[in-house]
Unconditional design. Structure first.
Length: 301
């Protein structure tokens, strides 16, 4: 009774704000669109929209169908793309979402050999999902999520890929560079530069500063790693990044890593996927290759 076009209509009317705009996007005449929904309402015995003047507002039933549309349509789109790829003799596309800014450099080291071993699989990296990766997995917008903060929910599986140490990054001639490690209070007079992520999701805050009741003198955000490190090297602030990343930049930018606390701050990077997709050979192969790559380079992680 409920067809794909019904779900698409409900979704587009909500997105576009009117039947006219939705009909243009769907390449369906407005009378045909209205007739389709009216017929569905009659079959179901419920109203999907209520009219308030010239505005359409979804009823409770309409809101429910909108939620169904947002879940089902991406899955149908993915299924169609996969079947087309199979029909053309292709394996598919592995869509990777990044929820870890500095992990992009690590990812490149895995993608290159992976593409060599799987020539019939394309890889697409979606960085726009940096802060909403779990929703992107559930919404079938990505197939794998790279994250340091897994959420173990039913239907998803996260596998550890590598361990790393989060360190304070300072200019080589900064006074803190002479210390074996820093304590939270030693950052109270510093400008802390981070990626544009909410402080509660930043390790330097959640696991180091906030438990000690300490805040930096100022908090600035920068999107790119290279610019962040250039700012640190110029003594415009300090940052917190993985040790392996700083070691890679050490020969190019004059910065130094300093341990956070006397025991250090250690984290893990995970690859998350939908449980139902783990049987997909090329997805499973990527996870295994990432784990093997990290084991082979333990000294850099």
């Amino acid at each position: 009774m409920i067809e794909k076009i019904h779900l698409a209509i409900i979704q587009e009317v909500e997105k576009q704000g009117s039947l006219t705009a939705a009909s243009e996007v769907l390449h369906v005449t407005q009378p045909a669109l209205s007739h389709s929904i009216k017929k569905l309402e009659q079959q179901l015995g419920i109203e999907i929209w209520s009219r308030e003047g010239r505005q359409l507002r979804l009823t409770q039933a309409g809101q429910y169908l909108l939620a169904v549309s947002n879940r089902v349509l991406p899955q149908l789109q993915l299924a169609q793309e996969r079947l087309q790829q199979f029909a053309q003799g292709e394996r598919g596309t592995l869509r990777i979402g990044m929820e870890c800014h500095p992990c992009y450099q690590w990812l490149l080291k895995v993608v290159s050999p992976y593409l060599d071993q799987w020539p019939d699989v394309d890889v697409d990296v979606k960085q726009k999902f940096q802060f909403g990766g779990i929703g992107a997995l559930f919404g079938y917008d990505i197939d794998l999520l790279v994250t340091p903060d897994p959420l173990f929910k039913p239907g998803l599986q996260f596998e550890p890929v590598f361990d790393y140490e989060q360190v304070l990054v300072v200019a080589s001639d900064h006074p803190l560079a002479q210390h074996d490690h820093v304590e939270p209070a030693m950052l109270s007079d510093e400008i802390l530069i981070t990626y544009p992520v909410a402080p509660e999701r930043l390790d330097i805050y959640a696991d180091f500063l906030t438990p000690a009741g300490i805040a930096p003198r100022r908090h600035k955000t920068i999107e790119t790693t290279d610019i962040m490190l250039q700012m640190v090297a110029s003594r415009r602030g300090v940052a917190a990044l993985p040790r392996w990343l700083i070691e890679e930049y050490a020969s190019k930018i004059d910065v130094a890593p300093v341990r956070l606390g006397d025991k250090g701050l250690f984290k893990k990077i995970y690859l998350g996927a939908r449980v139902d997709d783990l049987a997909t050979d090329y997805l499973r192969a990527f996870i295994q290759m990432a784990q093997a790559k990290s084991l082979a380079n333990t000294g850099n992680t």
